[in-house]
Ligand binder design. Structure first.
Ligand SMILES: [Zn+2]
Length: 211
């Protein structure tokens, strides 16, 4: 049986990814979920807390990113000699060791990628929340999904944990403030990503454009 689109004065056409039924929806309220009337699949979900929650989480993530890059990450103590490392310092050390390509990848996935993704997401969410079109809102929103694969904070953290195990017997390691901020950044980024729904943002932008 083919389900028919609901007759409503709504604005956005949504296709069910399970059974291809078509629906029209007005922007949902925070915490609401729209399901397919035929198969029950989730069509749209507006994260609880709305845009305010996403803005708060991305602002926190941005502050944690600044902290993570402003203070020492680890201090290694070998035979009475101390080496203080930072996240940027790790990239520079890799470059000096002749691993330029790896240094660029670490720089992009742990500093530049997260900085661009977090600031773009914050800008777009703030723009929609303020109910005005700040410049480049649509362009940035279309770029955000392309930026996400270039953020690998958890992979970097995994590498740090491996280094802890490998160097544990050779050196004394002191955790810096930056590492705590980095762990916080991973957790807050995951929560911010869950509160960020590009489909809902596109819907709100289109809705305001038509209204
Ligand atoms: Zn369906």
């Amino acid at each position: 049986m083919q389900c028919q689109p609901r007759n409503s004065p709504a604005t956005t056409l949504v296709a069910c990814h399970e059974c291809d039924s078509l629906y029209r929806f007005e922007p949902l309220v925070p915490g609401a979920t729209a399901r397919c009337g035929c198969c029950g699949a989730v069509l749209l979900r507006y994260p609880r807390g709305g845009l305010t929650r996403a803005i708060a989480l991305y602002t926190t993530a941005l502050l944690l990113l600044l902290l993570a890059n402003a203070f020492p990450f680890l201090t290694l103590e070998i035979s009475g000699r101390q080496e203080v490392t930072t996240i940027l310092g790790a990239s520079i050390a890799l470059y000096r060791q002749g691993m330029g390509e790896l240094a660029v990848v670490v720089l992009i996935t742990t500093v530049l990628g997260p900085a661009l993704l977090i600031s773009s997401s914050l800008y777009v969410t703030f723009s929609v929340h303020m109910r005005r079109y700040l410049p480049f809102t649509r362009t940035l929103l279309s770029w955000i999904s392309d930026l996400a694969p270039w953020v690998m904070l958890d992979v970097f953290m995994l590498g740090v944990l491996v280094a802890f195990v490998k160097l544990g017997n050779m050196a004394t390691m002191h955790v810096g403030l930056s590492l705590y901020a980095f762990v916080g950044l991973i957790l807050v980024s995951a929560a911010a990503s869950a509160a960020f729904d590009p489909h809902m943002l596109w819907q709100q932008l289109d809705y305001r454009k038509k209204s």
